[in-house]
Ligand binder design. Structure first.
Ligand code: 28F
Length: 675
């Protein structure tokens, strides 16, 4: 055949094939969401994941060690690996070059994949052809067999045959693409998102180096991800700024019945849990069978160990799965032949064999790990014991106090002096320390909108009340009924009876103590009340200053001194105006007029220092602390309540040492505490 003829024939043959390719990739362009999730920013980035996936597969096959991802200035992305290079010779099934087959035939990865080559991940791993179909243009380059080959495409359709354009002394594959503007609405590469993904993939594929270049900025960005330790490095990374209970992380990596299981975890000194699970390198946010297997292995093995070592006594109940999860930071990765992703968002692994394999691998390795690390095992088991204890105590408290409907149908407690308004938005509840202050508050209040709940200080104050005991306290139960929302599962914010709940206690240690208790109660059991800004602390004045008929109040010493000075000066000025010779008072005299203790009467000025709310008569209490026109209310923030919660454990917990330490360091401000 003459050269010219040959060319012409080739051209026409290509025309026919073009149509085939177009038809083959049509479903992808018609319904991109089916293949990459969406055409928004998620799907846009997914294009990179698909191409990187192929390089990762090549790394897992042991042929590639380096992967490079580059964001080019013009919006193109290129991915390069140093694997064997996609074969370019004719594929026996398609009779086209393997490179072209991989790039243009849907599901080529799975369909044409050699034994165990590609572990397809449902939505993912459908491969290069999908990216090609959704790219305005794409260029595939291969270095292999001493040659540099290239083929370019437009929206998935080859522009020519695979061509050899040079020689090569190394091997690898490079794909450069530009997503189709017709398909994607959001088209901004997010370098942070890309780096997070690449870091994650580097952890999941130990020993592979992933380089990232962002050439778009004035100063290009470069990152390299390489983790010798795989998931072990991952678990350490997740806990790097946390206090851990283990020196060595648990780590296992093993094949089990043709499934590959890798897991790593560390316990941290916290109640939080972080479990990341992956199937075929795909993140499974909703877990699934692999995570279920991991959890049962962890629960069972820790229980066995705790029993064998005598941490759990015969009478003790077993740790629950939730007990062993508190403070756990774990990463789990499984690789299997045919993963089934389930659920609305395909975010959960459904294969039952993943459960049995993971459970078996973790059971065995963890048993050995615990026996080898007795010190760390002790710390972990003791933490879990504490969690279990708290759970049992909380449950007991709930059963006795918070039984379903226990608060239902109960009438408002007799000690509550309710307001007449039924409109929560204008109603205020004052929780007042002590009966006498409670009495004054009842008399002084504005009855329509202000309700008073007098709280007996003593029982709460003296007892080293744990939260569960506290809930068992009838005072607190009455208070819960007064607030209206009920508690725990029954909690219903819409039933809140007052939009201002005001804690009113004395400005002394006992008052502070009661306030801490109440803040902790709200923080733990009425969090939405705190979050919603419905909780306040009343600020009663410290001093009452009377000069003749004029009464003023001061909330601190500075204010008091200022008022006194003004009074004395005014008096002197008045005397002068009357013509009497009287020298102006000195600073000391002015201060002296205030006296140091309440009740002194100097030069017609009376200063009273309030030791407690009880010393105020109803009018005074109204004027200074309850009247919306004059009062100061401090809105409680979540941070305030959280701090109280922390103090609560120190002040009221079982641990004597921290309480001693706390009191020693706060000795100046805290007195009369019963230790
Ligand atoms: C930038 C993206 O896609 N890398 C790839 C390879 C290597 C092989 C391969 C890929 C074989 C039978 C299809 C080479 N030598 N990077 C990549 N690297 N695909 S994709 O094979 C494709 C399959 O049908 C490869 C020997 N075996 C496999």
């Amino acid at each position: 055949m003459a050269k010219k003829e040959e060319k012409a024939k080739e051209k026409s043959a290509y025309g026919a094939k073009d149509i085939q390719v177009l038809e083959g990739l049509e479903p992808v362009r018609k319904r991109p969401g089916m293949y990459i999730g969406s055409t928004g920013t998620g799907g846009f980035h997914h294009l990179i994941w698909e191409i990187v996936d192929n390089s990762i597969d090549e790394a897992m096959a042991g042929r590639a060690k380096n992967i490079t991802v580059e964001l080019l200035k013009d919006g193109q992305v290129s991915v390069t690996d140093d694997g064997a290079g996609i074969p370019v010779e004719t594929h026996h099934q398609t009779k086209k070059s393997t490179l072209e087959t991989v790039m243009t035939v849907l599901h080529a990865g799975g369909k044409f994949g050699g034994e165990g080559y590609k572990v397809s991940g449902g939505l993912h791993g459908v491969g290069a052809s999908v990216v090609n179909a959704l790219s305005d243009h794409l260029k595939a380059e291969v270095w292999r067999d001493g040659g540099h080959f290239v083929q370019e495409y437009k929206r998935g359709v080859p522009l020519s045959k695979v061509k050899k354009i040079g020689s090569a002394n190394h091997t690898g594959t490079k794909v450069t693409f530009f997503p189709d503007t017709e398909i994607f609405s959001e088209r901004q590469w997010n370098e942070k998102r890309i780096m997070d993904h690449l870091r994650q993939q580097a952890y999941l594929t130990k020993g592979v180096r992933i380089n990232f270049y962002d050439w778009r900025a004035e100063t290009p960005l470069f990152y390299g991800f390489y983790f010798e330790g795989g998931l072990l490095s991952f678990a350490k990374h997740l806990t790097f700024n946390k206090k851990t209970l283990q020196e060595d992380a648990f780590h296992v990596h093993k094949n089990q019945n043709e499934l590959e299981v890798e897991a790593a975890f560390l316990y941290i000194d916290d109640t939080k849990t972080e479990e990341l699970s992956f199937a075929n390198n795909i993140y499974t946010p909703d877990g699934g069978m692999h995570l279920t297997g991991f959890r049962s292995a962890l629960t069972r093995t820790l229980n066995n160990y705790a029993r064998a070592e005598g941490y759990l006594k015969e009478k003790d109940e077993n740790f629950t799965a939730d007990d062993v999860r508190e403070g756990l930071v774990a990463v789990l990765s499984i690789k299997l032949r045919e993963p089934q992703f389930e659920g609305q968002t395909k975010a959960r692994l459904g294969n039952p064999e993943a459960r049995t394999a993971t459970e078996a691998v973790v059971n065995e390795a963890l048993k050995e790990f615990l026996e080898r690390h007795p010190q760390e095992s002790r710390r972990v088991v003791e933490k879990v014991l504490l969690t279990a204890k708290a759970r049992i105590a909380a449950k007991a408290a709930k059963e006795t106090v918070l039984r379903k409907g226990a608060l239902e149908g109960l009438t408002l407690p007799g000690k509550l002096a309710d307001c007449t308004s039924k409109d929560a938005s204008e109603s205020e509840l004052f929780i007042v320390e002590g009966d006498s202050a409670g009495g004054s508050a009842k008399q002084g209040r504005e009855r329509r909108t202000q309700a008073i709940f007098p709280l007996k200080g003593k029982p709460l104050n003296v007892e080293r009340a744990r939260m569960d005991k506290m809930l068992a306290n009838t005072e607190i139960r009455s208070l819960v009924i007064a607030i209206g929302t009920a508690i725990a599962e029954e909690f219903d914010m819409s039933k809140l009876r007052y939009h201002k709940i005001v804690l009113m206690s004395d400005a002394d240690v006992d008052g502070a103590h009661i306030r801490t208790l109440l803040l902790t109660l709200f923080y733990r059991h009425f969090r939405p009340v705190v979050d919603g800004g419905y909780l306040y602390i009343a600020q009663p004045p410290l001093y009452r200053i009377q000069a003749g008929k004029e009464i003023q109040y001061a909330w601190n010493d500075g204010q008091k001194d200022k008022i006194l000075k003004e009074l004395v000066n005014a008096k002197a000025a008045k005397a002068k105006a009357k013509g009497k010779e009287e020298k102006l008072p000195t600073e000391e005299e002015a201060a002296e007029a205030g006296g140091s203790e309440g009740g002194e009467k100097i030069a017609g000025v009376n200063v009273q220092r309030y030791k407690g709310l009880g010393e105020m008569n109803p009018e005074q209490l109204w004027e200074t602390t309850m009247n919306p026109a004059n009062r100061i209310l401090r809105q409680v923030t979540v941070a305030d309540a959280a701090e109280a919660d922390r103090l609560f454990d120190i002040l009221m917990g079982d641990e004597v040492e921290p309480r001693k330490k706390f009191i020693q360091t706060h000795a100046a401000s805290v007195q009369n505490l019963d230790i």
